[in-house]
Design a binder for this molecule. Sequence first.
Ligand code: IMP
Ligand code: MG
Length: 406
Amino acid sequence: MGNLSVIGLQWGDEGKGKVVDFLSGGFDAVARFNGGSNAGHTVVLSGRKYTFHLVPSGVLKGKELLIGAGVVLDPEVLAEELRLLPSSARRRMMVDGRCTLVSPLEKKFDAVLEGMRGSSAIGTTMRGIGPAYAMRALRLSPRVSDLIDGFEFRNLERFYKKVGVSSEALKGWAASTVRLLKGLTGDVASRVETICNGGGSVLFEGSQGTLLDLLHGSYPYVTSSHTIASYVSSALGIPPSLAGDPLGVAKCYTTRVGGGPFPTELKGGVGDLVRKVGNEFGSTTGRPRRVGWLDLVALRYAVKLNGVKKVAITKLDVLSKVKELKVCTAYKDDGTETTSFQKSLPHLGDVRPVYESLGPLYGAEFRGPLPRKAKDFIGFLERELNVQVVLASHGDERSSTTQLGS
Ligand code: IMP
Ligand code: MG
């Protein structure tokens, strides 16, 4: 089997964790390449819910676990996640020495910056992600390997003091980080190449979604890393040919956490119902997610940007509880109808969605083979997006998944 990159096509929370868990059986390793502990990847197995922020979602299938250079790593979160997992998880894990660290400084900074933004706050996860990538770009903060080699914090002390992190706290943090990471650190890029040269394969697990990409998403209401398929290779330090084909993951409606424009947002009514049935609350922050109809204008953009030909559709069971089903097929932008997300992106908050009502999924039962109503809906999406839907997810459990292609 070749490598595969699992990429979110919306504003994150598409169900990538479940898809990665489901597919990882066919791979030797699962590698994270972007983001950090802002991610919340949920896997439900035999009624037990696991949420992973840094540990790759292949962990429950006993796979090798790789954290690539593009990730910003909060050692406190990683330590907590490993503490809750069997010790074998640690033995299967490798963290790239080039990962930028998230220290208490970046987390405090996140809160300070959000406070400064006032009513135009991004609504970050407060995990220090933006400040960590900024510190990397400024070439100020230590990478994992720098800390292990004895990083000199003296130049940074003024920064730390400014946001109220004491030198003692910092030293304590650095010492426990070295203890945690010393045995875990390696060269993930070389490890991926070794696996592939030996005939094995790697699944790359994306975090967040295309519309949160720093450059190509709904800037400034985005995350601070890249979330799209073309980032897989540069983030990991592997040739593009090793990133494999992208598999796009899309929820059959849309959600968004935090601020920013959201053309198909539903306030009250159906939105509340979907939030409740779909349990749409942030798995990292617990915040209620904003909910809206599926936005095909945005989704076509994401499909194109990622070069996606195959898609996994998730949460079909949730729409089976909704009587009336709509999807957005175009925007009304300054009086004219458009299907170009790119043109509307700079003023996305001003467009009005144009909806098509579909035959409802209402009452569809997902106990046996996929019901006719779901197949029709999937067929509609395949035609509209010019993709093949290879996986349909219709419940939290790993078993509530139907493979339609490979
Ligand atoms: P940050 O990544 O914490 O800086 O947050 C920036 C924006 O991305 C905020 O709107 C967050 O809610 C959103 N975000 C970050 N990570 C995720 C995620 O894993 N799922 C959904 N939204 C996310
Ligand atoms: Mg999530």
